[in-house]
Design a protein around this ligand. Structure first.
Ligand code: NAD
Ligand code: TYD
Length: 352
């Protein structure tokens, strides 16, 4: 048996592939366009694994996707491929519409064509799992209840609007064509291989490089953080036990303000890699201009996946964030490789 994983060279996709190959004999076909966010270094440790194969390409390239599906006859397609960074979606939404909406549409169409060629047994086993985000639900005030699966979609950024559109397409392909889909909506992830344009890796690397730690606005916005490997295990659980056509929220029950997160990173670095001048990394915290349309709070109610499928996160924020900071300290080669020219251009564009 084989699974196709799109966006496999990105942050969560690569963690998923690495985790999958530790517990499954099923072969992984990793499909990735290798945009600025895709990095084959993330998958270096499995390059020689006979159960792993990489194909470079776009989920919106119907011919390529059709060829891959017919060649490998997968049991499962997991769609991680997306443009994923809110700030980039504000500077330039076009790629988000192309990949997240049109790309998902074309992938669904090829999945449907392929599904129709399967035997009855093959169709029974087949799943299309779409990986989405809590950002589609919009923003919460301090006293609002955490997002449940029934929450109305109210996306506020070009990124979340494009993800919301893709979720609706996935739902429609089940309802209209009977494609066996599952959707997961997860909160903010953190962990190894996180591209350093996102808050946590950006601040760890800026701290180590003696740069400012840029906090948007007053730093009181809240995110619900989940260790990436817990997310990957949640996806595997949904794949194994989820009910076709259902959506499952995945979250860490770890609501923190951005300022709390950055203070925690500074405290860990003070302990693990103290500054030469003996001062705290907190001194590098700088409040900068807020993100336009910045959502105040996200929080996931993960009761459904926990009660119905038996999944719970294994890491607390404290254990997960310590592992993450240590990982960045131990992987300076990876860090040096991702901080390429394109990355420097982004820093100039967003922070100057
Ligand atoms: P990422 O930006 O790190 O990785 C995305 C990957 O997709 C990259 O490898 C990129 O090369 C690839 N890609 C982009 N466009 C493509 C295309 N047209 N065809 C094929 N590959 C393409 O993103 P991530 O953080 O790993 O997120 C993965 C998925 O999980 C996304 O769908 C995202 O919306 C969702 N998600 C992310 C988070 C988070 O906190 N990072 C939380 C919830 C959900
Ligand atoms: P981010 O990692 O971009 O994820 P998302 O916007 O998808 O939640 O940002 C997490 C939070 O951190 C978000 O509230 C924006 C904030 N943030 C900063 O304060 N400074 C930064 O430099 C970045 C990148 C994010």
């Amino acid at each position: 048996m084989t699974i196709v994983v799109t966006g496999a060279a990105g942050f969560i996709g690569s963690n998923f592939v690495l985790n999958w190959l530790t517990h499954s004999e099923e072969k992984v076909i990793a499909l990735d366009k290798l945009t600025y966010a895709g990095n084959l270094e993330n998958l270096k440790s499995v390059e020689a694994n006979a159960n792993y194969e990489f194909a470079q390409g776009d989920i919106g390239d119907s011919r390529l996707v059709a060829k891959l599906l017919h060649q490998h006859q997968p049991r499962v397609i997991i769609n991680f491929a997306a443009e994923s960074h809110v700030d980039r979606s504000i500077h330039g939404p076009d790629d988000f519409m192309q990949t997240n909406i049109l790309g998902t549409y074309r992938l669904l169409e090829e999945a449907r064509s392929f599904f129709n060629t399967l035997s009855e047994v093959g169709q029974k086993q087949f799943r299309f799992l779409h990986v989405s985000t809590d950002e589609v639900y919009g923003t919460l005030s301090t006293n609002d209840r955490a997002f449940k699966e029934e929450k109305r979609y109210e996306p506020n950024s070009p990124y979340s609007a494009s993800k919301a559109a893709s979720d609706h397409l996935v739902r429609a392909w089940n309802h209209t064509y009977g494609l066996p889909v599952l959707t997961t909506n997860c909160s903010n992830n953190y962990g190894p291989y996180h591209f350093p344009e996102k808050l946590i890796p950006l601040c760890v690397l800026n701290a180590l490089n003696g740069k400012d730690l840029p906090i948007y606005g007053d730093g009181q916005q809240i995110r619900d953080w989940l260790y990436v490997v817990d997310h990957c295990k949640g996806i595997t659980t949904v794949l194994e036990k989820g009910v076709i056509g259902e959506t499952y929220n995945i979250g860490g029950w770890n609501e923190k303000t951005n300022l709390e997160v950055v203070n925690t990173l500074c405290d860990l670095l003070d302990e693990l890699k103290p500054r030469e001048d003996g001062k705290s990394y907190r001194e590098q915290i700088t409040f900068v201009k807020d993100r336009p349309g910045h959502d105040q709070r996200y929080a996931i109610d993960a009761t459904k996946i926990s009660k119905e499928l038996g999944w719970k996160p294994e890491e607390t924020f404290e254990t997960g964030i310590r592992k993450t900071v240590q990982w960045y300290l131990d992987h300076q080669d990876w860090v040096a490789n991702v901080q390429s020219g394109e990355y420097q251009n982004w820093l100039t564009k967003n922070y100057s």
